[in-house]
Write a protein that binds this ligand. Sequence first.
Ligand SMILES: [Zn+2]
Length: 302
Amino acid sequence: MDGALERMRLAAALWSVDGAQNGPEIIDAACELLASGYDGVNLAVLAGVMRQHAADEVPEFLEAALHDVGLDLYPPDAHEAQAIAVGHLAARTVAGEMSPEEFVEWALTGAEDFAEPLLALGSDYVNSARPRREIDAEVLVEARRLAFDFEQYARRVADGPCFVCATVAGHPDYRHHVVFEDDETIAFLNREPTLLGYTLVGPKRHLESWVDDLDQAAFERFQGTVHRVARAIAGTLPTERMYSMSFGSRLGNSHLHWHLAPLPPGVPYERQQFHAVMAENGVLDVSDESQAELAREIRSRM
Ligand SMILES: [Zn+2]
């Protein structure tokens, strides 16, 4: 499922669980679908609804517009809609975009099917003398679990999670050896390295194009991090040349990520450059423990 369709599915899920309050988001998602090449008379009508009329007009056109793009309208508080919405907000909480307390407040009303483990924590915020940090930490554990559940669910109902978003959310099938992380960016060792120290650096937000989705300032910040990570790798491993690339495809691995591939000295010329970064030419047989150790060393130089 591509980004625009995924956003509409999420907006429709929130529409179901939040009591039809996010009309403007639905309109935005419809516009994005049109801009991404989706078509449909009803979709076009929905995209044309004026924001100030959203409350009246979105309900009129939403179901038919969703059908135009192969999605269904979830009934109010549908279990599936709750699963999608809670998974998304849990991932946002893990990423630090929503506070644990806000997440609990939302989940207790918006995702009742999933909120049971959060009930006690919700009342702790109000009633207990426990330190807030402690409650936050327990909420984050639950948020990680709910984000995992969502990703597993998403793989069943769609065509697999985004590997960077899943890594950020802490999905157990997407464990990577992280070498750097801040609010915006994550860097981790490639799980299928053609070169020792091969590292991927990506924005935590699901962005796809470094040309269109990052403005100059954001790109320079991102590249500043890429440079720091590259220096840390080169400080850890003998590096004759640091390869630096952005690949990815709409058909898979669409989340923007930068490749840093350190070429060691002594590689024959014909095995350098593209040859050295193509998994088709063979990946290194490295143990999880040695990768963990390598990640620790790189991290210590950041
Ligand atoms: Zn992503």
